[in-house]
Ligand binder design. Structure first.
Ligand code: NAD
Length: 596
């Protein structure tokens, strides 16, 4: 029989604590909510009220239930109020000495059988536990932000946590409607160990002006389907908390440089820019604690005029290539009203591409997304050719041929001979340096990367890559074209992986390393990222879809370019690829897909 928890205590009612109070009170458990001072207590009470009022407004909570919820919460200043609770969860700032002090005090105040839990994200639960005389009753219960919404709870057992305490806490999580994964005490546990390297890397991109905050966030949302971009997430977490988590992970987790907090973070924390809770972080919010972003001096002008500023007029577009990407891109341009010249290596290939475009457009008609007349008009705008000479009068060329530098360079040299002056020449490469392609021409200022995502007609994102030679006009033109296609164009520098792959693949690789170290299972890791961070797929699901060989190749490129030891491909990934386990396409990758 699992132990019954009728009253729990929560210490610290900040970003996490207030949400944790709500989780318990919503599930019929009495809560003693404790803060350090009266003003802090009032802030916590206001946060709880705001959150439950929003739930009522959204129709997710009945008014009577909200009132009953509030009646279950008793607010107090100081730990003495916790003398008779069954369980305490501590959610004070991420400092070991502070937490140890609080646990020593809780040990004195609470009943001998009370379980003491910490919501720490990165500190050692073991080190916190030894500040008490009952380390066997100390455990980590790591909720995710916002606690009332996110389903995951990481239950962290130390080497001394009693098995019955673990079992009781697991049963409690189930009662709260949460999914728990139980793991050992390691810096960052599952989710943060995989998340914070990525978040820190994104801050580094922002700090080095590699891309704007809006573009970094849009890239990860639209390119990977994440619920929010990394910088918006940092603001939600709180930059002071994020700094402490990174700092601890760096020191505890083998001094991986990717966890050394980017200097900008410290500066922002010192300047009081803590994210949502202070009203300003990477973005500016309506007021402290508000989720509503308001424009500030860094907000780009999103008007059509601003997008078109400096852009050249584009009416006719050449697309070179006959693969999946070229086919999708032809369709996208033709549907958006551009005249398209498709160039392949022969009539047979052209016929195949033409057929594929027709099939895809027809699907749109069947699904009611495209009128028959619009399909016919789109097809009518495409001309099919097997010679580059037909690109003499286009305004933009999009190259989507095989991913080989020598082939692309030769093609760009030919385009340089054939195309009229002022044309923007774009490559869709996802891994080669755009500058290498640009330097095959006499007009590198006109060369950009246009990195579409697969399938191009569906995916809303395009990365616009500018090299150190690309002119502002060419970049503006590329961006305006993306907008005209109904896509979000994000501008970034010419580095391996651009934005999306550079941020995504190291995280996937880290998940493989975590599996390889036997810290957790593929299922639990996938769960943790989906339920704790709102990812549409877990890392192993995604790796199996993308293909392990493709993932390994991208990771190798990133490693070779940046020489970052943490980017070295996971040996397990290499072995699986060598063994021919490439993912869904070979029916086996991290999982066996042969029966599905
Ligand atoms: N922010 C997140 O997204 C997130 C997610 C999961 C876990 N965590 C963890 O939760 C914990 C709290 O983080 P946060 O982001 O909520 O911090 P926060 O700064 O938003 O809130 C901390 C609260 O603790 C209070 N406090 C400080 N000293 C206290 C004391 N002696 N007694 C009582 N209350 C005290 C502060 O007044 C403040 O309200 C940290 O360990 C953090 O790592 C944070």
């Amino acid at each position: 029989m699992a132990r019954e928890f009728s009253t729990v205590g929560v210490v610290g009612l900040g970003t996490m604590g207030a949400g944790i109070v709500e989780v318990f009170a919503r599930n019929g458990i009495d809560v003693v909510a404790v803060e350090i001072s009266a003003p802090a207590l009032e802030r916590g009470r206001a946060t709880l009220k705001g959150s439950t009022d929003r739930a009522v407004a959204k129709g997710k909570l009945a008014e009577a239930d909200r009132d009953a919820l509030h009646e279950r919460v008793h607010f107090a200043v100081g730990l003495d109020a916790l003398h008779s609770v069954d369980l305490v969860i501590e959610a004070v700032p991420e400092h070991l000495d502070l937490k140890q002090r609080i646990f020593a005090e809780l040990d004195r105040v609470c009943r001998p059988d009370t379980i003491l839990a910490t919501n720490t994200s990165s500190l050692s639960v073991t080190e916190i536990s030894v500040a008490t005389s009952r380390p066997n009753q100390v455990i980590g219960i790591h909720f995710f932000n916002p606690a009332p919404v996110m389903k995951l709870v990481e239950v962290v057992r130390t080497v001394v946590t009693a098995p019955e305490v673990v079992a009781d806490v697991e049963a409690l999580c189930a009662r709260l409607g949460k999914v728990d994964v139980t793991i050992n005490d390691r810096a960052g546990f599952i989710a943060n160990a995989l998340l914070f390297g990525y978040l820190n890397h994104a801050v580094g991109m922002f700090e080095s002006h590699y891309a704007t905050r809006e573009d970094i966030d849009a890239a990860m949302k639209l390119g990977c389907g994440l619920p929010m971009g990394p910088l918006a997430l940092m603001d939600l977490i709180g930059l002071d908390t994020a700094y402490e988590i990174l700092d601890t992970m760096y020191r505890r987790g083998g001094r991986d440089r990717r966890h050394a907090p980017v200097p900008l973070l410290k500066q922002m924390v010192t300047a009081g820019l803590l994210g949502r809770k202070s009203g300003r972080g990477f973005y500016t919010y309506e007021r402290p604690g508000s989720p509503v972003v308001v424009p500030d001096e860094a907000t780009p002008l999103a008007t059509e005029a601003a997008l078109a500023d400096g852009a050249r007029a584009i009416a006719k577009v050449g697309v070179v290539g006959s693969g999946t990407m070229a086919t999708g891109i032809i369709e996208v341009f033709a549907k958006a009203g551009y005249e398209v010249v498709s160039v392949t290596r022969g009539a047979e290939k052209s016929a195949k591409v033409c057929e594929a475009v027709k099939t895809s457009l027809n699907k749109g008609v069947v699904r009611g997304k495209l009128a028959e007349a619009d399909r016919d008009a789109a097809l009518g705008r495409i001309s099919w050719s097997a010679t580059l000479d037909h690109l003499a009068d286009v305004d933009l060329v999009v190259e989507a041929v095989v991913e080989e530098l020598s082939v692309k360079k030769a093609l760009f040299a030919s385009l340089d001979e054939i195309c009229k002056p002022g044309v923007v020449l774009a490559t869709t490469t996802s891994s080669l340096p755009v500058i290498d392609v640009a330097m095959a021409t006499q007009r590198p200022a006109d060369v950009v990367g246009l990195h579409f995502f697969n399938p191009a007609p569906v995916m809303p994102l395009v990365e616009v890559v500018r090299t150190i030679r690309t002119s502002p006009e060419a970049t503006a033109t590329a961006r305006a074209v993306c907008a005209a296609l109904g896509k979000t164009g994000v501008v970034c520098g010419d580095r391996s992986g651009f934005i999306v792959n550079a941020l995504l693949f190291p995280y996937l690789n880290d998940a493989v390393k975590m599996l390889e170290a036997s810290y957790s299972t593929a299922d639990d890791i996938d769960h943790a990222m989906k339920l704790g961070c709102g990812y549409p797929m877990g890392p192993f699901e995604l790796l199996d879809v993308v293909g392990l060989d493709v993932s390994l190749a991208i990771q190798r490129e990133l490693y070779l370019e940046l020489r970052e030891p943490g980017f070295a491909p996971a040996p397990l990934l290499e072995h699986l690829v060598t063994a021919g386990y490439l993912g869904r396409k070979t029916r086996r990758g991290f999982r066996d897909h042969s029966h599905r």
